[in-house]
Design a protein around this ligand. Sequence first.
Ligand code: FES
Length: 481
Amino acid sequence: MQIKINKKEYEANENETVLDVCRREGVRIPTLCSFGKFKREAVCRLCLVEVNKSGRLVTSCTTKVAGGMEVETENENIQKARAINLELLWSDHAGKCVKCKKNRKCELQTLAEEYKIENFHFVPRRGEMTNAEENELLRDNWSRVVVDEKNPVVERDSQYCVECRRCINICPIKSYGFNHRAGDSVVGTPYNQPLDCIFCGACVKYCPTGALIDQGDINKIITDLDDGKLLSVAIVDAAVLESVGMELNGVKTVENLAGNLRSLGFEKVFDLSWGFQKYVEAVAEEIHPHHTGKKNPAKQRKFISSFCPSAELYIKKYFPELVKNIIDVKRPEEIMAEAVKKEYAKKEKINPKNIRVMLVSACTARKKLKDESIDHILTVRELGRIAREKKIEGVRFAGSVPDKFMNGANVKYAELHKYGKLSQLLTEKIKGDLVIGAANGVLEIENALNAELKKEKLHDFLEVMVCPGGCEKGGGQSMKI
Ligand code: FES
C-alpha cells in the first residue's frame, strides 16, 4: 500500500506501524521505549505524529499503517507535545546527570538537549512548597528508589529509570518485571531483590539511561594505569571492535585500538588470539581422547563448551544436572592471563605482583566468573568512560600494532568470539566421526540441552553462546544513541 509521510509517497506493508516505515525510510522520529523488534509498549509518548490532518496526535510506534494514510512527523503541535512528555520524564532527572555514570551517553539526556528542556514546569520551585512538604515529597520519592550495588556485574539505581521496559523485553531469562500495582507500578526485579541472573549484560546495553550500568571501579583501574611501578597489560578480545568506535571516536581496527590503549596507559597490548588458540587445542585434547576411548576411558562425559560464562551460569541455574558435563578447560582469557603472570613474567623477569592484567571485553558475565589471574575486566562502555575521564579523544598513536605474545598465534584463531567458529575449528582439527554442534541464544541452548537430557541428540561437543551471534553482540558493547 502507499502512504504519505511529510507529503512524500512511501510503500508500506500491512502490519507495519508508522514508526516501522519511518525507520525503514530514514525519517527520524524520537523514541525511548520502542527499540528494535521489542514489544511496543507506548509508554514514553515521544514518538507522536499527526495522521490525516486530524489535529489528533498518535503514537507512531503502535499506529498501524492504512492505505492512503497521510502522516506528519514534525509540526508545532507535535514538537510541543513531545517536549511536554519529555519534560515529564526529565523532571525526575534534573540535576542528577553530574553524578550519573552514564553522563554524556544517556539517550534521555541527548533528547532533553535536542528539545531544549530547561523549564521545569513539573518541579516545584523555591517558595512553592513549605520545607515540611518538600521533605515529605523527598522521603516519598526516595522510599521507592532501589539501589543494588552488590551485584558484581550490573549496578541498578532506579532513580534514573524511565520505565521504558526495555530491560523487561530484552532479558533472556525474564529477570525483570513490575512491582506494585496500578499507578504505583514500577519496573524492577521480583520483590526488588538483588538481580539474580546469567549476567549477559543485555539489560545494561539497552538501558537508555543510567538506571542499569556496569559494576566496576574505574577509578581503581585509572590508578593502576597511572602507577609507574606497575606493568599494565591489556588483553583485547577483537569482538569489541564491533562497537568500540562509538566510545573511542574513530577507532575501527585492532591497530587503532592498540594505539588508544597505549595512550590510556597500557604498556603492553596483546590480542586474545593466543588464548583462543590454546583454548581450542585444550578442548580438542579433552574431547578427542574421550571419543576414541584411548585416554581417560572412565572419565565423565564432557561435551559442553566452557567458553561463554553466561552459558555456564545459565546451565548452573537451569540445568544443574549438566554442570558436570561442561568441559574442564579454562576460558581463553584465563589461560592467557595466567600465562602473562607466569611464563611471560618469568621470561621478562618481572615480578608477577607488579603486573596488572586487564581484559577489554564485549562480555559482562566474565566479571561474575572472574579468574584471579585477571585483575580488571572492562566493558567497551567502561573503556569509553576511562577515555573521557582522561580526556583522550579520537585516534591516538595511529601506527600502533598489538604486541606479540609469546610465539604468537595462528590468525585462524583470531575470530573465536564469533558464533560457530569454535565448532568449525574443532571439526577441522579433529578427524573422526564426532557429533559437533552449536547453539546460540537461550532458546536454542535450552532446546539443545533438553535434547541431550532426553537422549534425542547426543553431542561429542556442543558450543553454547548466550548472546545471539556470539560475543560481537555481547552485553558489554556500546550502543549508538
Ligand atoms: S516510542 Fe512510541 S511511545 Fe515510546
